[in-house]
Design a binder for this molecule. Structure first.
Ligand code: KPL
Length: 344
């Protein structure tokens, strides 16, 4: 395939010595390692991982990233790696920054870094769960036409600071987060996402550019709001959740409330098809610990605010009750504060 670098050369006339596409992947968690390990093997692409700690950055810069593929084969990729603190002190060289960072890691420093990179001509691709980060980036001054959103159902589990298991092959939809003034502008923005799609495809992922990414964001939010808090509270895998009729009835209550809160008239979706889709995600990622369960087990802050919190805010805005989601919200918040209390 041909990878286009697609940089806005007129506004940012940095001379390019070659046609290599530079991608910085921010976040050394399960998804960041998976993306970096696989994209680093694509010809014509230079990948740098930006990790939160210098210990992880040094290890990866030395030994690379190991990916245990869904086929069972383990492959190690060499790539450069820097800590976030080191990366922010240098000028941005990347054509694209892919963010595989938790909502809870979007500090003011990261927002400022991302907005600065976008203003300097880089494109941003946000792989987050939940909602709210694109709006925060716009608030930090990132030009909306530079911001793209990726919704992925790839399953990944981090097994060491430099190793990840690809636990379920999924699909990735990419779209523009920037509101386009006209149909032509929207088509242009969609076209600008093609280089990212091409790299993902060349790395072995099933990826597409879509015109209606908001719909995918809502659907992912729906899926995460049903699976993540419940797996975190029960300490169950995604597969165990769907396999139990008892858990399934709680899932359905969460789903019905979230579906009513999140679906707009424009979506015109079939709730039963959406419900089957949630169950299918459980099936495809059956061995997975959801990201929220991983956070609870690791004693980290969870994304409950950006997931169930977002459902509750949408329900409140529509005047709808969402008692099962409210209970999940309280329980996951309770788990996090129990951890904080135990630490203090
Ligand atoms: O996105 C996920 C997550 O864990 O955050 C799912 C799709 C539930 C896979 O585990």
């Amino acid at each position: 395939i041909t990878i286009q670098t697609n940089r806005r050369a007129r506004r940012f006339p940095r001379p390019r010595r070659d046609r290599t596409m530079n991608i910085d992947i921010v976040g050394g968690g399960s998804l960041g390692l998976l993306l970096a390990g696989k994209a680093a093997r694509v010809a014509g692409v230079r990948v740098r991982l930006i990790a939160r700690t210098s210990a992880q950055a040094e290890g990866i810069a030395r030994d690379g990233v190991s990916v245990l593929e869904t086929s069972g084969v383990e492959r190690r990729s060499r790539l450069s790696c820097a800590s976030f603190d080191a990366a922010v002190s240098e000028p941005v060289e990347a054509d694209w920054l892919w963010f595989a960072t938790k909502q809870t890691h979007w500090s003011e420093a990261l927002l400022a870094y991302a907005a600065g990179a976008a203003k300097a001509g880089a494109r941003l691709l946000l792989f987050q769960n939940g909602v709210g980060h694109a709006e925060r980036l716009a608030g930090a001054g990132a030009p909306p036409e530079s911001v793209f959103v990726a919704v992925t159902t790839e399953g990944a589990r981090k097994t060491a600071a430099d190793a990840v298991a690809h636990t379920g092959a999924g699909t990735t939809a990419i779209g523009s987060a920037g509101a386009a003034a006209s149909e032509a502008a929207a088509a242009d923005l969609t076209g600008q996402a093609l280089p990212a799609r091409d790299v993902l495809r060349a790395a072995g992922f099933d990826a597409d550019v879509v015109p209606d990414i908001e719909r995918y964001v809502r659907r992912k939010l729906l899926t995460n709001s049903v699976i993540n808090p419940l797996t975190a509270v029960l300490r169950a895998t995604n597969g165990e959740l769907a396999a139990s009729p008892h858990y399934r009835s709680v899932m359905r209550a969460l789903f019905d409330e979230a579906y009513a809160a999140l679906t707009t008239a424009a979506d015109a979706a079939d709730p039963e098809a959406e419900w089957r889709q949630v169950l299918r995600v459980c099936e495809l990622t059956a061995g997975n610990h959801s990201s929220m369960l991983q956070d609870v087990l690791g004693g980290r802050e969870t994304e409950i605010e950006a997931i169930t919190g977002a459902v509750l805010r949408s329900a409140a805005a529509k005047g709808l009750a969402a008692p099962t989601n409210a209970a999940m919200y309280a329980m996951v918040r309770g788990l996090s504060s129990a951890k904080v209390d135990a630490d203090s």
